[in-house]
Structures are given as structure tokens and as C-alpha cells.
Design a protein around this ligand. Structure first.
Ligand SMILES: CC(=O)N[C@@H](CCC[C@H](N)C(=O)O)C(=O)O
Length: 383
């Protein structure tokens, strides 16, 4: 078991070594160095050649009826940290701005508990690379990782939430998170001298028109009672004030709480790109990539049981949430295995993905206690 001081040390160490999707080598080595210090009697490991930063750890149960999976994401974001923390990122321009360092610390705490207190059922801990992009969950599934004794009968996973009080557990039946689609739009026109626009085809003007027209998708095509998101977070064009930009690149993300909504927004964006290309005599290549970012659908039976437990656990503050437009590739695994995703409150005024994101470390121990308590009860009861 890990004491409060160990947990804080682990969290701070992980915070200093953030790594981008599929590059989480130091992180994985660090996780292994901690887990190798636990009681090894009930533990088995699985590594994946084709997905080298992933790690699976199985805890053998003493009277197993099932295998319960617990998934934890391990990647970080290309964000330059501005928290001013003494244990800030040492990987310049990369930060655990989504709290996966906290997720890992909680998962290690739960694993440490069951490495000592052998569980009744088998437990499977999946330390998953590439949640923010590259859909590590889907990659692992497609590599056949969850087969034989490594197949979970049910899967659980959490995400930290700065809007909930420290340590509170948030969850709801049905959809917890949106499905997403990564959008890349390449615009090709003709560069030229700023003084002779008639001889060029300006992709800054074309990109501006496209962005403005795309704003009508959510305002005019999406049912306001259902909601959808189209955000462009990156726009690149031009190099100097007096050269007309012949190329532009727009990157963004689509979000919807149902697959139907995601497909509606995708379709409207395709139509608008085609129309703008014609109007501006440009070539526009639209690339849409949903990958494994399906809406995160909680299993009804298991989630009712989970919520009931959390509501009645004396040391847990449970908060019923509403669906959020954040995405998660755990949606893919929950489409393959029944399970529950839930929030862990970390009470911060800064949002997820902010360069100042500073989750309250007090959530770690509360999270571990809530999850271990739940798993022990889940193993005793049929759902
Ligand atoms: C919890 C969270 O912040 N997840 C990410 C998931 C990224 C989805 C994908 N790369 C996309 O941008 O479409 C999020 O941004 O919600």
C-alpha cells in the first residue's frame, strides 16, 4: 500500500516527465519501477511489442468469477506549463495539463492496495498510452491485447474534473462524454506579391470564409436541444505581411453526444468545404478522423450499481453529473466491454488543458479509497 507521502512523491515525479502520445517511454519505465516494489505474489505483466509504451498488470484473484478492468491514461499535451510549481514539467513544451499524472497516481494506489490484499476477482490494470490523440485504447484492442486471461468482463476508468470538489465522484447514466472527430483542412491556392492580388489566390481570405461559414453548422443545422461543437483551435497561413499566402491549414475538433450528431456535423463540413473551394477556386482537402473517440456510453446495469455504491459510501461525496463535451477514447473500449467512466473532482479554477492547470492533490487518496471500496463491494455482489 502507498502512504500519502509516497503518493505525493509519485504524483510530483510523474508531473515532471510528461510525454506526448505514443512516446511515453520514461513514464512507463517509472510506472514499472514503482509497481516492481509492490508485493509481486499475485501480479502478472503484459507488454505489447507494437504498442511499446502500454502496460498491462493483472492481479490474480483468490476465487475469481470475472476479470475487472481498470483503465488509466498516461500521455500528456503539447502545452507549455505556466503553473510556477516547484515540480513543474522538465520536458519543455509538454505538460500533464489534463491530469493523467493524477490518474496514474490513483491507479498505482489502487493497484498497490490489491497487490497486498489479494482481490476475490481478477483485476486488470491497463496503463494506456495516447488518449489525447492517436487513440491508444483502440490500437490496443485491435492488436488483440484483451484476449484470453487478459480480457476484462467489465471496464472502469476515471477522468479528473476541476469543476467538482476535491475527491468528489461524479457520474451519470447513459452518455458521459461526447464522441469527437479530429478535423484537418488543407487549403491550396496561389501565392503572390501583396501588391498584385489579381495574380494570386489568397488562402487567408479563403480560410476566413470557410471558418465563418462553418460557424453556421452549430447555429443553423444542429438541433439546439441536442447540441454539438465545432471548434477550430489552430490556423496556419502566410509568412510575411507582403506575400499573399497560397496555402493554409486549419485544425479543429467536432463533438457530439451521439454518433448521429457527429456524422451530421461531418457531413455539413464536407458540403461547406466543397462550396468554398468552388467559390474561391481553391483546392480544399478535408481530413476527418474519428478513430476511437466514440461517445462514452456507460453501461446501465453496472453504472446503476456504481452510482448506488458511491451515493451510500460514507466517505464519498457523490455528484450526479450531466454529459460533457470532452472526448475520451475510453468510449471505444466501452463499446467493446460493458463498464463505467466517472469523474474525480480536483477543484481547480483553471480548466483541463490550461497551462496553469493545478489539480488538488488531496483528490488522490480520496479517489483511491472510493475506487478500492467500490471494487471490493463489486466483487462480493452480482449485478
Ligand atoms: C478529456 C479530454 O480532454 N480529452 C480530449 C480528447 C481528444 C480527442 C481528439 N484528439 C480530438 O481533439 O478530437 C479532448 O479534447 O476532449
Amino acid at each position: 500500500m502507498l502512504a500519502k507521502n509516497d503518493l505525493s512523491e509519485i504524483y510530483q515525479a510523474l508531473h515532471q516527465i510528461p510525454e506526448l502520445a505514443l512516446q511515453e517511454f520514461k513514464t512507463k519505465d517509472y510506472l514499472l519501477s514503482i509497481i516492481k516494489n509492490f508485493n509481486q505474489k499475485f501480479l502478472e505483466y503484459r507488454e505489447i511489442k507494437e504498442l511499446p509504451t502500454a502496460l498491462l498488470v493483472r492481479v490474480k484473484g483468490f476465487a475469481p468469477k470475472r476479470t475487472i478492468g481498470y483503465r488509466c491514461d498516461i500521455d500528456a499535451l503539447p502545452v507549455k506549463e505556466q503553473t510556477g510549481l516547484s515540480f513543474a514539467s522538465k520536458n519543455n513544451g509538454v505538460m500533464h495539463a489534463c491530469g493523467h499524472d493524477l490518474h496514474m497516481t490513483v491507479a498505482l494506489g489502487v493497484l498497490a492496495y490489491f497487490a497486498t490484499e489479494q482481490p476475490k476477482d481478477n483485476l486488470l490494470f491497463f496503463f494506456q498510452p495516447a488518449e489525447e490523440s492517436e487513440n491508444g485504447g483502440k490500437l490496443a484492442y485491435e492488436l488483440g491485447v484483451f484476449s484470453g486471461k487478459w480480457r476484462p468482463d467489465e471496464f472502469y476508468g476515471l477522468h479528473d474534473n476541476p469543476d467538482l470538489p476535491t475527491g468528489a465522484i461524479g457520474c451519470n447514466l447513459g452518455t458521459l462524454f461526447a464522441g469527437t472527430t479530429e478535423v484537418d483542412i488543407y487549403l491550396h491556392g496561389k501565392s503572390g506579391h501583396a501588391a498584385f492580388p489579381q495574380n494570386a489566390n489568397d488562402m487567408i481570405v479563403c480560410a476566413s470564409a470557410l471558418i465563418m461559414q462553418a460557424q453556421t453548422i452549430v447555429s443553423r443545422n444542429v438541433d439546439p436541444t441536442k447540441g454539438g461543437v465545432l471548434t477550430f483551435g489552430e490556423l496556419k497561413a502566410g509568412s510575411i505581411r507582403n506575400v499573399i499566402a497560397g496555402e493554409a491549414l486549419i485544425k479543429g475538433t467536432i463533438r457530439g453526444l451521439t454518433q448521429e450528431m457527429i456524422e451530421l456535423i461531418q457531413q455539413r463540413l464536407k458540403t461547406i468545404c466543397a462550396g468554398v473551394a468552388q467559390t474561391y477556386d481553391a483546392t480544399i482537402d478535408l481530413k476527418l478522423n474519428q478513430g476511437g473517440y466514440l461517445p462514452v456510453e456507460n453501461n446501465d446495469k453496472l453504472t446503476k450499481f456504481f452510482i448506488e455504491y458511491m451515493k451510500n459510501a460514507p466517505d464519498v461525496e457523490f455528484i450526479e453529473t450531466t454529459p460533457a463535451m470532452t472526448g475520451e477514447d475510453f468510449g471505444y473500449l466501452l463499446a467493446k466491454f460493458p463498464g463505467t467512466m466517472f469523474w474525480l473532482g480536483v477543484n481547480d479554477t483553471h480548466s483541463l488543458h490550461s497551462e496553469c492547470f493545478t489539480p488538488d492533490q488531496g483528490a488522490i487518496l480520496k479517489g483511491i479509497n472510493a475506487i478500492t471500496g467500490f471494487l471490493v463491494v463489486r466483487m462480493k455482489k452480482e449485478v
